[in-house]
Design a binder for this molecule. Structure first.
Ligand code: UDP
Length: 323
């Protein structure tokens, strides 16, 4: 791909994943040239199939824990590569740690070499099982480093530390977004997260598996809202972490019942053991994003769930060959 020097070039690692692919769409929509790097361990080429052939889009199959070579101008590096669902990081603990540590180092190295802006996809998991509720950015978190979620939580905490070190020591222009639970089209049916699990179980007439008694809460954000927040953060000059998520908090049992209701399925609710260190509550304090980015989520839960359901209905009628 030849790129004109005055064109904006954005590199998205994990660009074939759920959030990465929506980000590629958004950046292309803003007129950027987009280089999507993904090794497809949890990403899916189907998420970017519609972009293949677009002269402003390039896909590179590469594991970003290894040196990232890119010739030419780069304006933005957005590091989104990582297994991100609890069952993925249980299956891929070493890759999860490596992409958060070595991968962040390589992506920051690319940003430094190109004098590019760098944005890291961090997570509400940096707050662990929080003792402060809702969670403001100033909260340091309550993470078990040796629990099974530790591989993700600590990798992301490390990636934030590494990002701040490059910012302070090398003067790299950096952004840190702490992403709270997000759902929408292009989630993998079998990624094990609550919304795809409940929807696919309901659509297949299987039992709905609620972990624990379902009283643990999450606050769920529709993907379009999240991408808008991330884009605004990228365009801002804020180098401290910013929470992006929807404060609309709901117990998991209620979420399961709502999904049953909108699917009209007759599935039974069954209760399974709560996974280790599963946070009991989670809700973003988005005061900072509202004030500094003028951002807040717009899509209500019912509308977001219906759009997501349409996507899963199509996916389940044409079953996936992978994952
Ligand atoms: N969960 C559940 N049944 C499932 C999958 C998840 O009850 O089949 C619960 C899980 O234990 C957690 C919540 O739903 O309390 C959200 O889980 P998810 O994997 O979506 O995200 P995370 O725990 O990372 O917020």
């Amino acid at each position: 791909m030849t790129i004109n020097k005055n064109k904006i070039v954005s590199v998205v690692t994990g660009g074939a994943g759920f959030l990465g692919s929506h980000l590629c769409d958004r950046l292309l929509g803003e007129g950027h040239h987009v280089v999507c790097i993904d090794n497809l361990i949890t990403g899916d080429i189907a998420n970017i199939a519609h972009l293949m052939g677009n002269p402003k889009f390039q896909f590179v199959n590469h594991d970003v824990t290894n040196y990232i070579f890119f010739e030419g101008h780069v304006h933005n590096v957005l590091h989104f590569a990582s297994p991100a669902s609890p069952i993925d990081y249980l299956k891929l603990p070493i890759q999860t740690l490596k992409v958060g540590s070595l991968g962040t180092h390589k992506a920051l190295g690319l940003a430094k070499a190109k004098n590019a802006r760098f944005l890291i996809a961090s997570t509400s998991e940096v707050y662990g099982d929080p003792l402060v509720h809702p969670q403001p950015e100033s909260y340091w978190g309550n993470v078990n480093p040796i629990g099974y979620r530790g591989v993700y939580d600590e990798a992301k905490r490390f990636s934030e530390a590494m990002t701040m070190a490059y910012h302070r020591y090398h003067g790299v222009d950096t952004r840190i977004v702490r992403i709270f639970n997000t759902y929408g089209t292009r989630m993998r049916i079998n990624d094990g997260r609550a919304i795809p699990a409940f929807m696919s179980q309901a659509l297949r007439g299987e039992d709905i598996t609620v972990f624990g008694d379902g009283s643990q809460t999450r606050s769920v954000c529709y993907v379009a809202d999240l991408i808008e927040g991330i884009y605004r953060l990228l365009e801002s000059d804020i180098s401290d972490p910013v929470n992006i998520g929807n404060p609309d908090e709901i117990p998991i049992l209620q979420l399961a019942k709502e999904i049953l209701q909108i699917t009209g399925a007759k599935s039974k609710l069954v209760f399974k053991e709560l996974p280790e260190d599963d946070p009991k509550v989670r809700q973003p304090d988005i005061t900072k994003a509202k004030k500094l980015l003028g951002w807040e989520p717009k899509v209500n839960r019912l509308d977001g769930l219906k759009k997501t359901l349409e996507y899963f209905q199509k996916k389940i009628l044409i079953p996936e060959t992978r994952s």
